[in-house]
Design a binder for this molecule. Structure first.
Ligand code: FES
Length: 217
């Protein structure tokens, strides 16, 4: 972990009065240590869907990921019911869900490609094109907007030298706007990969980005 001080990383509704690390709040089992096969079947479908490590050419349903898919399937009565976590698995491996990935999911779940595409393109949480190591989703819905979310978006775009939806030249960041992230009491809320940052102000944006880079290193 970086020793850069954080006012409010947003884990478990941290309001800035506490100085807890992510490990302390979520438990060390969760932080970067859970296996790709998902552990027990009850947790196999609930892994973070956006990891920093992404392989756009990654093999989808082999080895430990096949094991993971089988565990997901064991929890649902039909392949159709397992469609969302299966798409999530594709995104976890490749960072986005391409038309080819959708076809692969259709085949493995015995569904029509048209049905899978209809579902995958309905949900905004499935990326339809590659994204950076850190997908920065800034909530610009009403509570966050009133608290200055537009300025937070601008600060991220300025720091990363990108436009909305564009990936930074170093491949580290893609910044997009998001609808309500269900943390309206802590505006502005920003979801970066699977992690929430709450009460974010424009001034904190460089510190957050530097923190993410230092974690990776
Ligand atoms: S409006 Fe931003 S989290 Fe709800």
């Amino acid at each position: 972990m970086s020793d850069i001080p954080f006012k409010n990383p947003g884990w478990a509704g941290n309001t800035g009065e506490f100085d807890l690390s992510e490990e302390e709040v979520r438990g060390e089992d969760f932080v970067g240590t859970r296996p790709v096969h998902g552990g027990h079947a009850s947790g196999a479908g609930t892994m973070p869907y956006m990891l920093a490590k992404k392989d756009p050419e990654g093999v989808l349903f082999e080895g430990e990921y096949r094991e993971r898919l089988d565990k997901i399937l064991s929890r649902y009565p039909t392949g159709q019911a397992a469609l969302l976590p299966a798409l999530g698995l594709c995104q976890e491996i490749r960072g986005y869900v391409s038309p080819e990935s959708m076809d692969a999911v259709a085949e493995v779940l015995d569904l029509s490609p048209a049905y899978v595409r209809g579902v995958a393109t309905f949900y905004t949480m499935y990326n339809k094109r590659p994204v950076g190591k850190h997908l920065v989703q800034v909530c610009t819905n009403i509570s966050c907007n009133l608290a200055g979310a537009d300025e937070v978006v601008d600060a991220f775009l300025t720091y990363t030298d990108t436009e909305l939806g564009q990936t930074s030249e170093d491949g580290n960041f893609t910044v997009i706007e998001a609808e309500c992230l269900a943390a309206c009491g802590f505006p502005t809320c920003v979801q970066i990969n699977s992690r929430y940052f709450e009460n974010v102000t424009p001034a904190e944006v460089p510190k957050i980005c530097e923190h993410l880079k230092s974690e990776r290193e």
